[in-house]
Design a protein around this ligand. Structure first.
Ligand code: B12
Length: 302
């Protein structure tokens, strides 16, 4: 680069929407040095420099710590603003390792703080898909390891539960109560995996949709009675563990109240044949955002 080529720090700051002082701090602390200098010794940024800074700025705006964003561009020097998605994946991977390490040393406060932050910065759906699902999948592989253990699995789940509940409480403040709710969430009978239901409750609250959840291990009979009494429009039932039968759905048909839609989420339902259910419209959800979207279509969002 000749001394006159490249943009000044002020121009780059204006282009990226980042204060010049921040660019200087990144240079000092993280070595994000421009590749050129003018004859008078002023910083001159090439297009490649600006591309890298744009990626860091974007990741930081997305809630990544600066050091992690810088690590991502270093590990992939060709990363361009268009390649931010890859860098986000990289950073999310990094965060999952941080969370696993914190859970392994039983530092629950750190786990919860990171999970809180990610939920605040990305919203529940992105936090769930980008960080919590990969985290839970790793936990599912690591609980047998002595260094992580069943206690690590429980600790991680508890911290995530707290953060999701807090997110639901924050977001639901702007939802007017309706008694009884038009949307009911429940786990299948004996199903203990409660996090997907908490994620759905919090994501619905962020979408302005109120609901009530009966949580884990709900007897089918109880849920059917409740539906018969409170007559919700949508019922969502989660199962991680393989269901031996249609459980609550059979009971619903007997009960007589037909919700506009029953949604089934989780791998527990995958082997069941739904074609025998004529009276109640039943669908499987594919993921969290699909569940939120289907419920929103039926009851409307605010
Ligand atoms: C945390 C956890 C626990 C905690 C739960 C705590 C809590 N408060 O929830 C505890 C310790 C209690 C527990 C207990 C058990 N667990 Co457990 N657990 C897990 C773990 C690590 C995460 C569960 C979770 O929340 N998953 C959520 C996402 C990550 O899972 P997913 O189903 O793959 O979700 C995708 C789709 O279903 C889809 N999707 C489709 N529709 C919808 C709708 C919505 C709203 C959402 C959110 C998603 C969605 O999108 C998802 C991605 O978001 C999983 C590992 C794993 N990979 O899931 C094991 C896992 C589910 N557990 C397992 C087992 C075997 C058990 C136990 C039987 C162990 C035991 N011997 O006691 C018990 C009892 C289970 C019971 N009767 O219910 C197995 C299940 C294997 C199987 N299918 O048969 C797993 C897969 C671990 C493993 N690799 O072996 N567990």
């Amino acid at each position: 680069m000749t001394p006159l080529e490249g943009l000044s720090v002020r121009d780059v700051a204006a282009r990226l929407g980042v204060p010049s002082a921040t660019l200087r701090t990144w240079e000092r602390r993280y070595g994000l040095v421009p590749s050129g200098r003018s004859a008078g010794g002023h910083r001159r940024y090439s297009e490649a420099d600006i591309g890298r800074l744009a990626v860091v700025a974007r990741l930081v705006a997305d809630g990544m710590p600066v050091h992690a964003a810088v690590a991502a561009i270093r590990s992939d020097p060709d990363v361009s603003p268009a390649g931010v998605g890859r860098a986000v994946e990289h950073i999310s991977g990094d965060l999952v390792s941080v969370l696993l390490a914190a859970a392994a040393r039983r530092d629950g406060v750190t786990v919860r703080r990171h999970v809180d932050r990610v939920i605040v910065q990305r919203g529940v759906v992105r936090a769930w898909d980008e960080v919590l699902v990969p985290l839970l999948q790793s936990v599912g592989e690591r609980w047998r390891e002595a260094s992580f253990g069943i206690a690590g699995e429980h600790l991680t789940s508890e911290m995530i539960s707290t953060s999701l509940r807090m997110a639901a409480v924050r977001a639901s403040r702007r939802i007017p109560g309706s008694e009884p709710s038009r949307v009911v969430l429940s786990n299948a009978e004996e199903e203990q995996h409660g996090l997907p239901l908490l994620a759905l409750e919090a994501a619905l609250a962020e979408a302005g949709i109120g609901c009530h959840s009966f949580g884990a291990r709900v007897p089918s009979r109880t849920l059917a009675d409740e539906i018969g009494w409170s007559r919700p429009d949508v019922v969502f039932v989660w199962a991680s563990m393989r269901r031996p039968d249609l459980g609550v759905l059979d009971t619903l048909e007997v009960e007589g109240h037909r919700p506009a839609l029953v949604l089934l989420g989780g791998p527990g339902w995958s082997k069941l044949d739904l074609s025998s259910i004529d009276d109640v419209p039943v669908e499987r959800t594919t993921d969290l955002s699909d569940a939120v979207a289907r419920i929103g279509e039926l009851v409307g969002t605010r």
